[in-house]
Design a protein around this ligand. Structure first.
Ligand SMILES: Nc1ncnc2c1ncn2[C@@H]1O[C@H](COP(=O)(O)OP(=O)(O)OP(=O)(O)O)[C@@H](O)[C@H]1O
Ligand SMILES: Nc1ccn([C@@H]2O[C@H](COP(=O)(O)O)[C@@H](O)[C@H]2O)c(=O)n1
Length: 208
């Protein structure tokens, strides 16, 4: 079974995707890490993440980078959001994601275009969302636990800028697939959101 989990930044989709993977015994891919690795690789080479050619060079990143904590930083997220707008970058990362989704037994992938582009054939699709204020609070707390230093207003501005770039770009913009179930986690605890996600996947399985 392929489970596609999409949604905006800090909506909780990664938390839900990991929990679904554990629950169903499936491998999980956080596709945002791929874009973050491209962004960090461009910055380390002294390039401009907004430049298509520099961004394409960044796609040849060292796989060891995927385990580097630097990918969790705000600057990596911002660079990822810039490189991900280039169609050439999305194309370069496409096969790797499709191969992961297509492995025997299935997989759980989370990102922005899993249900629409990477695995439109997924048996279950969730579009996880939350209000921008709640998402900024969650990201702020997460950054604080990593050492902090980023003011709340800057975190909020980054969430809004990321939403705008991710939804407005022409290449694979963030949007809910027509056959995806909406899961708003604004007023849900992590446990409640995970239980709701499992219930939605079970309902899709029963429909098949
Ligand atoms: N329902 C929830 N209630 C409270 N906190 C939550 C909830 N879901 C996730 N969180 C917390 O919010 C933060 C962001 O969650 P998560 O990483 O799952 O979001 P995401 O959508 O995958 O973000 P990104 O797009 O940046 O990868 C984490 O610190 C996580 O523990
Ligand atoms: N399938 C995806 C995944 C991510 N992106 C872009 O990368 C940025 C970072 O992603 P996180 O999930 O780790 O926050 C994100 O803002 C997107 O711009 C993408 O385009 N497609």
């Amino acid at each position: 079974m392929i489970i596609a989990v999409d949604g905006p930044a800090a909506s909780g989709k990664g938390t839900i995707a990991k929990a679904l993977a554990r629950h169903y015994g499936l491998p999980h891919l956080d596709t945002g890490l791929l874009y973050r690795a491209v962004g960090v690789s461009v910055m380390r080479a002294g390039g401009d993440p907004g430049d298509a050619e520099d961004a394409l060079h960044g796609c040849a990143f060292d796989p060891a980078l995927l385990a580097d904590a630097v990918l969790k930083t705000e600057s990596a997220g911002r660079a990822a959001s810039l490189v991900s707008a280039h169609p050439q970058v999305r194309e370069a990362l496409l096969e790797r994601q499709r191969a992961f989704a297509g492995q025997p037994g299935g997989a759980v992938l989370d990102g922005r275009d899993i249900g629409t582009v990477i695995a439109p054939q997924a048996e279950a699709k969730l579009f996880v969302t939350a209000s921008s204020g709640i998402r900024a609070q969650r990201r702020f707390r997460e950054l604080e636990s990593m050492g902090g230093g980023v003011p709340f207003d800057a975190v909020m501005a980054d969430i809004l800028a990321r939403d705008e770039r991710d939804t407005a770009r022409s290449a694979a913009p963030l949007r809910q697939a027509e056959d995806a179930d909406l899961l708003d986690t604004s007023d849900l605890s992590i446990d409640a959101a995970v239980q709701r996600a499992i219930a939605l996947v079970e309902a899709r399985k029963a429909d098949r």
